[in-house]
Design a protein around this ligand. Structure first.
Ligand code: AMP
Ligand code: ZN
Length: 470
């Protein structure tokens, strides 16, 4: 099946064609490890996971590189504030990131290069840009990319040359579209950097954020590859600057497809650390939501549409996933003989609808409809006792296949509800009767006995109680 993607570079949906048959090189701008990632960041990483799983679903072999930005303006600023060495400071957030992506069932990238392990590659790329006349050292000792020397500058973010301030310099990693200027490739050391510095032909200093991705992607994917992804806010200046550096150095087109995901919003505003309106994954886990439920919310909208995060949407996710789990359990208990022809055609049709939606620029919102339709069809057949075991197995197989992309259905998870021993239940009932009779001494004695057996009892109004393992 032909797979189509919206290519930000061309501003249109295009058939996907890989450079090297079924082998794909894909680069993703990974986390800046100065804090716990928030669920807005995870919308981007989940989108990239869906993209990768979809390519794999359609038979591609994906080499996925995701960098870790462990030296930049923000990591230096906050490690200094915390009084912790940069590497120790970022280690904590790297570990947290790997834990979080596991919780969200995001497939690990093929390689996670860290910026601090690739300084020589960055220096060498900057040297090439110096040698070719695209870069210069300014009075502040920093090395800048001269946007005037690269006539295609602005082609990704669509910034006209009239709106570019060539010759004006900008030293910070992040800046707005109306500050387009020559940007820093190498930042000369100053006292704000503390002991963070590396030697270079231009004096001690550190790389700019943008050169990190150009150097690391080339090392692992070569100087031209298929797909580069990120959140939409990475498009300018980060990706624009990456294109300029890479194409100027290599002398040819660098990346064929650029895919960007829209923002996760909270009350109508972009979820972001700088605005302070964010939930980390850990915040939501602490409130009792699961990784599967959060993932379901994040993938429910098309990646190019803004998605407003609400707790209602998490509650709906819980309902929906529970309904699927009920279906899977029901399907496992079907034993009727037969060849499955009562459902085979429906399964095939729903699978084809799912594939068509995913191949259409990862339309997850449309791809979920056939799952609900198949659920209804399966329940209807089971209600009237005409669903066979063969049919039930076909349905389970279809859901397993959907889940190779969706990654949150957990088709084969059998609920581990450990039965409470009858003896404990009997004691609890006795205690309940004692309480009703206002025999509190007896009720306390029974509570102790229950507790000795390793269970706790929690009373609620109306004589209701909850019995749990201690
Ligand atoms: P950072 O760690 O700030 O470099 O961001 C990591 C990734 O998260 C980048 O791809 C950003 O574009 C993306 N991102 C940041 N905020 C949001 C948001 N509210 N919604 C979706 N993606 C976001
Ligand atoms: Zn990047």
């Amino acid at each position: 099946m032909e797979v189509n993607f919206y290519n930000t570079l061309e501003r249109k949906i295009m058939p996907f064609s890989a450079i090297n048959g079924k082998k794909i090189g894909m680069y993703t701008c990974g986390p800046t490890v100065y804090n716990f990632a928030h669920i807005g960041n995870f919308r981007a990483y989940t989108f990239e996971d869906i993209l990768r799983r979809t390519l794999e679903f359609f038979g591609y072999d994906v080499t996925h590189v995701m960098n870790l930005t462990d030296v930049d303006d923000k990591t230096i600023r906050d490690s200094r504030k915390a009084g912790v060495a940069l590497n120790d400071f970022t280690r904590k957030y790297k570990d947290a990131f790997f834990e979080d992506i596991k919780t969200l069932n995001i497939e690990p990238a093929t390689v996670y290069p860290a910026a601090t392990d690739h300084i020589p590659e960055m220096i060498s790329l900057i040297q090439t840009l110096m040698d070719k006349g695209f870069a210069y050292q300014a009075e502040d000792k920093c090395i800048y990319f001269s946007i005037d020397k690269f006539p295609e500058y602005g082609k990704l973010a669509r910034i006209d040359r009239e709106n570019q301030r060539a010759g004006v310099r900008i030293n910070s990693d992040e800046y707005a579209k109306d500050s387009v200027a020559d940007f820093a490739l190498w930042k000369a050391w100053d006292e704000n950097d503390g002991d963070v510095k590396w030697d270079s032909p231009w004096g001690p200093g550190r790389p700019g954020w943008h050169i990190e991705c150009s150097a690391m992607s080339c090392k692992y994917l070569g100087d031209t590859f298929d797909i580069h992804t990120g959140g939409i806010d990475n498009m300018f200046p980060h990706h624009e600057d990456e294109i300029a550096q890479s194409e100027a150095a290599y002398g040819h087109k660098w990346v064929n497809y650029w895919l960007h995901c829209e923002h996760l919003m909270l009350n109508g505003e972009k979820m972001s650390k700088s605005l302070g309106n964010f939930y980390t994954l850990r915040d939501l886990l602490a409130k009792g939501w699961s990784g599967r439920e959060i993932r379901w919310v994040l993938i429910g909208a098309h990646y190019r549409k803004k998605l407003n995060f609400t707790f209602d949407s998490l509650a709906q996710a819980r309902d929906t996933l529970n309904r699927f789990t009920d279906l899977f359990n029901r399907l496992r208990s079907v034993s009727l003989a037969g060849d499955g022809s009562e459902i085979a055609a429906t399964v095939a049709a729903k699978m084809s609808e799912f594939e068509t939606a995913m191949a259409d620029d990862l339309n997850t919102a449309a791809a979920l409809a056939p799952l609900h339709e198949l659920t209804r069809a399966a329940n209807k057949l089971a209600d009237t006792n005409v669903l066979t075991k063969a049919g039930a197995d076909m349905i389970l197989d279809a859901f397993r296949r959907f889940d190779t992309i969706l990654g949150c259905l957990d088709v084969d998870a059998v609920a581990e509800v450990e039965a409470i021993p009858a003896e404990v239940v009997a004691l609890a009932e006795e205690r309940s009767a004692a309480r009703k009779a206002k025999n509190f001494a007896e009720s306390d004695r029974l509570r102790d006995e229950i507790s000795k057996l390793g269970y706790v009892i929690k009373d609620a109004p109306g004589g209701v109680y909850e019995l749990k393992k201690a």
